[in-house]
Design a protein around this ligand. Structure first.
Ligand SMILES: O=C(O)C(=O)C[C@]1(C(=O)O)C=C[C@@H](O)C=C1
Length: 364
């Protein structure tokens, strides 16, 4: 086929694609109308959930399975991410809050999950994102929960300890490459700004290459880049995205201590989604520490029901000194029968137990 003929055929396919995209968009509007109708019939007030991670997971799995190439399944899914982003924005004005300023890994994770068609709202602190979700100032809030190198994001867990009225709706994994950004050469740098998590992930590199520079914690890696752009003899540990936003040079790339450094985020909203058959749930509870083996008895309940634990963390309970709030993530949805039974049983060993949410398991 010659060039003109191939372009002519592409143009014909484009015409059909645009038609099909709009046909899909009209169906998405019908889905939105059906959701509203069903809420009305249940006598419930408010807006239906537009972002449905369980359904998105089904769509992505279907599309992956249908794909015969030559496009890779990842390319087709990236296109579908944008199709669904447009579909969400057509159904309702959805906004997503994240730890800003623009360019943070939270911002990148939000775009990875929600695409280009939604409104993104930066907040200065993680607790602000959670408070804004609680007050429904934004439709969804995205917060970091743990990093594969440095562990739990304690700022997020500490807000959960206060039991905000939000539910986990989805999880997102983002590969994270930390870099040293500056306007100066390495030898001139006296001060490094970053988020405590990014310092933790890059500690070995800093100890070896900038042992005498002071390390100053700030609220986000993008804020660090903003400060490094404004102040003399400073640098930031941040992303390459921020190097271009804040006009900084990348002095060293990929300085984290482990390979495949990845951060996991939660999408928070007003409710969790329905079970998909492959979900996880995050529980938060305290146990009576005067009772020997109380934590062990609680965790044994999961073993009894053959429920796998995927993560465990603890934080000070803030109620009583040397009492801890345990965060246990398990496989399964709180509405799955065996999880529901285990939750009833485990309450015998817990002083209080809160299910922070159930969400479809995502691939890393
Ligand atoms: O199925 C739904 O509930 C929809 O709103 C439709 C749709 C889609 O475009 O496929 C859009 C957004 C949701 O996050 C999931 C799926």
């Amino acid at each position: 086929m010659d060039l003109d003929a191939a372009r002519g055929k592409i143009s014909e396919v484009d015409r059909k694609l645009v038609e099909l995209l709009n046909e899909r968009a009209r169906l998405s509007l019908s889905v939105g109308a059906a959701k509203r109708q069903s809420l009305k019939e249940q006598g419930a007030s408010g807006e239906p959930e537009v972002y449905v991670p369980a359904q998105e997971k089904r769509v992505f799995e279907k599309v992956r399975g249908l794909n015969q190439g030559p496009l890779s399944a990842d390319s087709v899914c990236a296109i579908y991410r944008e199709i669904m982003s447009a579909s969400i924005s057509l159904q309702s004005d959805v906004s997503v809050g994240y730890l800003g300023p623009p360019g943070t890994f939270s911002h990148q994770a939000a775009i990875k999950r929600f695409g280009d068609s939604l409104a993104y709202v930066p907040y200065p602190k993680i607790e602000d994102v959670i408070a804004a979700t609680e007050k429904e100032e934004i439709t969804y809030g995205l917060v970091p929960i743990e990093n594969s190198t440095f562990g739990a994001v304690v700022q997020t867990l500490d807000v959960f300890v206060n039991q905000p009225r939000v539910r986990i709706r989805a999880e997102v994994y983002l590969p994270v490459t930390q870099s040293l950004l500056s306007r100066y050469q390495l030898s001139a740098i006296r001060k490094v700004y970053s988020h405590p998590q990014a310092f933790g992930q890059s500690r070995q590199w800093l100890d070896q290459n900038l042992p005498n520079a002071s390390r100053i914690d700030v609220a986000s890696t993008a804020k660090a880049a903003e400060l490094a752009a404004a102040e003399n003899y400073t640098a930031a540990i941040s992303s390459e995205v921020c190097a271009s936003i804040y006009n900084l040079d990348v002095l060293a790339k990929d300085i984290t201590s482990t390979k495949d450094n990845t951060t996991r985020f939660f999408v928070l909203g007003q409710s969790s989604d329905t079970p998909t058959g492959d979900d996880k749930s995050l529980l938060m509870f305290t146990v009576d520490h005067r009772q020997p083996g109380a934590l062990c008895s609680a965790l044994d309940v999961f073993a009894k029901y053959k429920i796998n634990q995927t993560a465990i963390n603890s934080r000070p309970s803030l109620q009583r000194q040397w009492h801890y709030m345990f965060f246990v993530e398990i496989a399964g949805h709180e509405l799955d029968e065996c999880v529901a039974r285990a939750l009833t049983e485990i309450k015998e060993y817990c002083l209080d137990l809160v299910v922070l949410g159930s969400y479809p398991r995502q691939a890393y």
